[in-house]
Design a protein around this ligand. Structure first.
Ligand SMILES: Cc1ncc(COP(=O)(O)O)c(C=O)c1O
Length: 426
């Protein structure tokens, strides 16, 4: 009866008869909103749905301005450009993140500086940030990874000391709070993603948030081919041609715009987000309390300053020695078979990641030999990222936290079963 599912036994959760909560979540309201957009014929940018969503998201996040765009990659790009990051600048980011955080830095011809993360949160280590600062440093991008928060107090202290921009990558943190302040309202700019797996989604999409009018004006122009923000409020630097005008130069940009269809879905999704986040937080606390009892499983650290948790993935740390030497990949495969949902490794550290390979694009990036050497990711040493990714990470989509305590009991029971049977997998 206790035979592991991966070896032909009965899984702890049979998802054919007992599926996990579905993701994405939608109902009649999305259907009505989408039909409304369809019938209006207003499908593109600056429409009523986009305007409404931007206002709602700004209110929700506690900022003055929210500007939505095509996805969470272009929002990072816009954020970097709005801060004036470019040739000769360095931007410090964690080595453990999705490739877009680094790739967008390259796209503005600046140098990504990868630093190590904290073992207990997997977020950027402020001590490593401070060590990496040079006269060229222009910005820091903390990433609030999976269910954790970067130490924003320390990041802000360092940024102030060295006069740096802080761009929060909040692709995983819609609605999370640090000291009562929402993610995306703490640094100069917050960048969000609505890709399908995210806990607020329109399939694709993104938003930047800021309290700074000058940054807002640039961000809005950047998303819209360099045009000035509409409606035309407080526009300071405008030649009267509907084109953003900055320090004597027109602002070159492209089309990074969101559609009315995406905005319509986001308006409805945002109404559900606070309650979904509350349920995930409650279940996360309960599940972590169960995991603490299993040897070799270490819950992520929850800092007392994280006043509201938001989960993109539920993750935890794994110690192979306690599992009789069972390699983490085998542990994840066995747990996947027990619970019927993928248990994945963390992101691959960016110093050796097949999706972050700047040296494959000499036509774009080989500006000179010095820059070419500077952007070689393999020059960065990231021992903590390596340890997390290769030896000790387990990450599960946030939908497992959307059910009941009984669901959490099953996850813990499945991990316990793998623990009890570890020798059968060696
Ligand atoms: C940390 C992080 N930043 C940025 C992005 C990019 O977002 P998008 O997929 O919407 O372009 C992602 C997407 O997974 C992400 O996880």
């Amino acid at each position: 009866m206790n035979k592991l599912a991966i070896l032909g036994g009965t899984p702890v959760r049979d998802v054919r008869t007992n599926p996990w909560p579905k993701w994405p979540v939608w109902d009649k309201n999305e259907e009505i909103a989408l039909i409304e957009v369809l019938n209006s014929g207003v499908w593109s940018y600056n429409g009523p749905k986009e305007t409404e969503f931007n206002k709602n998201f700004a209110d929700f996040t506690g900022v003055k301005y929210a500007i939505s765009a095509a996805n969470g990659t272009v929002t990072l790009l816009m954020a970097l450009e709005a801060c004036g990051v470019g040739v000769g600048d360095e931007v410090i980011l964690p080595g453990l993140t999705w490739q877009a955080t680094a790739a967008t830095i390259l796209d503005v011809n600046a140098t990504p500086i990868l630093v190590d993360v904290c073992e207990d949160t997997w977020c950027i280590d402020p001590k490593e940030v401070e060590k990496a600062i040079t006269p060229r440093t222009k910005a820091i991008i903390p990433v609030h990874l999976y269910g954790s928060f970067a130490d924003m107090d320390e990041i802000l202290r360092i940024a102030k000391k060295y006069n740096l921009y802080v761009i929060e990558d909040c692709a995983h943190k819609h609605g999370g709070e640090w000291n009562g302040q929402k993610a995306g309202s703490i640094g100069d700019i917050g960048s969000f993603s609505y890709q399908l797996s995210k806990h607020l989604t329109a399939g694709e999409g993104g938003t930047v948030t800021t309290n700074n009018f000058d940054l807002y004006e640039k961000l809005d122009a950047l998303r819209n081919c360099g045009r000035r923000p509409e409606p035309e409020t407080e526009v300071k630097a405008d030649k009267g041609e509907g084109v953003y005008f900055d320090a004597g130069n027109f602002l070159q940009s492209g089309n990074y715009r969101i559609t009315e269809f995406q905005a319509a879905i986001l308006i409805e999704g945002l109404k559900r987000l606070p309650e979904q986040n509350r349920v995930r937080d409650e279940n996360g606390i309960y599940l972590n309390s169960l995991l603490k009892e299993i040897p070799g499983v270490i819950p992520m650290k929850r800092d007392a300053r994280e006043t509201k948790e938001a989960y993109f993935n539920f993750s935890f740390r794994y110690n192979m020695a306690d599992f009789k030497g069972l390699p983490v990949a085998k542990f994840r495969a066995a747990l996947t078979a027990e619970i019927g949902i993928e248990v994945a490794a963390s992101y691959t550290p960016l110093n050796n990641c097949s999706l972050y390979v700047p040296l494959t694009k000499p036509a774009r990036h080989k500006l000179n030999d010095e820059y070419w050497a500077a952007i070689d990711p393999s020059r960065f040493k990231l021992p903590v990222c390596d340890r997390i990714h290769f030896e000790g990470s387990a990450c599960i989509h946030h939908k497992i936290l959307m059910g009941t305590y009984a669901d959490m009991d099953l996850v813990a029971a499945a991990i316990r079963k793998v623990y009890d049977n570890a020798e059968n997998l060696l």
